[in-house]
Design a protein around this ligand. Structure first.
Ligand code: AMP
Ligand code: TRP
Length: 353
């Protein structure tokens, strides 16, 4: 086995002038919701100045549960269109689809072989889902989901991975696997850090403000789908659950509904929460919710227009994906070549290198 001396990652991925960031989103719904936007996608657009970004659609993760192929394909296009509508710019970011970069599955296999069966089984997502429906009803893909995610990340040697709080455990496993590989073979992977924005880390359900906003919400009225008819969205905001008090005050513990609405307002309007509390002092919830509905509609209406226009031009979306896949493979194939070499796999024939 090669020496354990830490070496700089080799294989042509010379340190970029800007640190790299990488993130992915699953194409599991026709529209992203406000939690996805504020917790993830919006950050992606804002990271483009400072970082060298790789953003992708995790369509392989989306088949770990039963799925409809037509919907998956359409949602993949929709996801790309929504990233573009959110300001993720193909001239500055590599935007690609996971299944178009085969290195992800190839590295995932190697990482699966470094992961303990019990370790994988204990991951919260697998434990929770299999506890709900029984181990016989979940796929092995659900068990190996975190190793595929680790491969997604490690192939690009990013410094930061912007994700929501719920992905923290996956990031930790990724770091563990990177360390394990580096230690067992040779230093190959950089340890990525989670990049979790504090103020909007968790957007809550409008009807059940102690549960996070999620597409699997028990009732659609708690969920703001960004591509919904803006009229429906305004109505959902106006009927958000609050409390029996009347004071617009940020108190996560005792007033989770209002705290969530204040956080949404502040995230979209850019106004600080204390300034909002002051403005609405003595006004009650009605006015606050009405104004918040306007703030949200001012964001969702143009976002929706932009997305629908992008979806009318499939050829353009295909070009974006093809360019992104080329950019991604240029990096991923070099990392995978290092990995294959270090685990003792025979090198590919020269014409395929
Ligand atoms: P998902 O829809 O679970 O695939 O999540 C896509 C991205 O959005 C991930 O980075 C999540 O952490 C983030 N996310 C999902 N739901 C929320 C939420 N309610 N608040 C903040 N971020 C979220
Ligand atoms: N598991 C992530 C989610 O459900 C999606 C994802 C897959 C991802 N691979 C990734 C996020 C790599 C960041 C980096 O949200």
């Amino acid at each position: 086995m090669s020496s354990a001396t830490p070496a700089e990652p080799t294989g042509g991925s010379a340190p970029a002038a800007r640190p790299r960031v990488l993130s992915g989103i699953q194409p599991t719904s026709d529209t992203i919701h406000l939690g996805n936007y504020l917790g993830a996608v919006r950050q992606w657009a804002s990271l483009q100045e400072e970082f060298e970004p790789f953003f992708f659609i995790a369509n392989q993760h989306a088949i770990t549960v039963e799925h409809d192929p037509k919907k998956l394909l359409e949602r993949t296009y929709r996801s790309v269109a929504q990233l573009l509508a959110a300001g993720v710019d193909p001239a500055r970011s590599a935007i690609f689809v996971q299944s178009q970069v085969p290195e992800h599955s190839q590295l995932a296999w190697v990482l699966e072989c470094l992961t303990g069966f019990g370790e994988a089984r204990r991951m919260t997502q697998f434990k929770d889902k299999s506890a709900k429906v029984g181990e016989g009803a979940v796929s092995v893909g659900l068990l190996t989901y975190p190793m595929l995610m680790a491969a997604d990340i490690l192939l690009y040697r990013p410094q930061y991975v912007p994700v929501g709080e719920d992905q923290r455990q996956h990031l930790e496993l990724t770091r563990d696997l990177a360390q394990r590989f580096n230690h067992r073979f040779k230093k190959t992977f950089r340890l990525p850090e989670a990049y979790i924005p504090k103020s909007t880390a968790k957007i809550m359900d409008l009807q059940e403000p102690r549960a996070k906003m999620s597409k699997s919400a028990s009732s659609p009225s708690g969920l703001i789908d960004v591509l919904d008819d803006p009229k429906i969205t305004a109505k959902k905001i106006r009927s958000a659950v609050t409390d029996s008090d009347t004071v617009v005050r940020f108190d996560e513990e005792n007033k989770p509904g209002i705290a969530n609405l204040l956080r949404i307002h502040s995230a979209l309007s850019g106004e600080e929460i204390p300034a909002l509390e002051e403005r609405y002092a003595g006004q009650g919830y009605g006015q606050f919710k009405k104004d918040l509905a306007d703030v949200v509609v001012d964001f969702v209406a143009p976002f929706r227009e932009r997305t629908l226009a992008l979806l009318d031009d499939r050829a353009h979306l295909q070009q974006v994906m093809a360019k992104g896949a080329d950019q991604a493979r240029a990096v991923a194939s070099r990392t995978l070549a290092d990995v294959y070499d270090r685990v003792g796999f025979v090198a590919p024939p020269p014409e395929r290198r």
